[in-house]
Write a protein that binds this ligand. Sequence first.
Ligand code: F6R
Length: 258
Amino acid sequence: MRVIITGSAEQLAEAGCQIVARQLQQKPHSVLGLATGSTPIMLYQQLVNLHRQGKLSFKDVTSFNLDEYYLLEGTHPQSYRYFMNEYLFNAVDIDLASTHLPACLAGEDPQQSAVGYELAIQAAGGIDLQILGIGANGHIGFNEPGSSLASRTRLKTLTAKTLADNSRMFRPDEYQPDLAMTMGVGTILEAKQIVILASGAQKADAVQHMVLGAVSARCPASALQLHPNVTLIIDEPAAAKLDHADYFRQAERKAQTL
Ligand code: F6R
């Protein structure tokens, strides 16, 4: 796993933005896997800035988001569709018809929706570049601890920890779903390239386990150790418990000289 330790949230976003921009410049028809949450917001802002400067187009991009709350319509302000429209899709030239989230609405069969999502990813040629965040409990997407490391898109029950972490997004009187449709760990591992972002001390334990802990369903992100092309971009607080952090810094300095 390539580990980039950055000095600030802005540098973290910039490092991620460079990788996405390079991908789209090399392959304008890329298939992107996208994440929501607080961490990628600045990355999306930087991509929007590049687009506004005329340096980046999303016109031929297809996207698949990791997850969506069960039964939340895309018009709901807490839905991930709403988030993506707000932070990225409506601010760039992507064709909204080419953007996908694993939504499962009232009256739809969750299993059929899940299989349909997997088939749509395959039909698009698979994901070229997947953006991920990590939960404080080591989840990726909504693959909570205990998820099979071979799992595919399905409905997952959210843990009390995830519900508490995400409750900040919901008003006290607002319904917070405790189920979400999420790509599986196996789905994520099929992406050709993965960039995972983590910021803040609350992610330090999960980062340490993901990079150097046992590959285990205890920390679903640890499955990324089995993927040949993962870049982890973190800030200093998220790196605080990472053994060998100096080695990772040294390796990055060396890479700059090659
Ligand atoms: C979001 C997602 C989640 C988040 C994770 C971190 O689509 O799949 O795995 O990436 O919960 O969230 P933040 O960035 O809010 O700390």
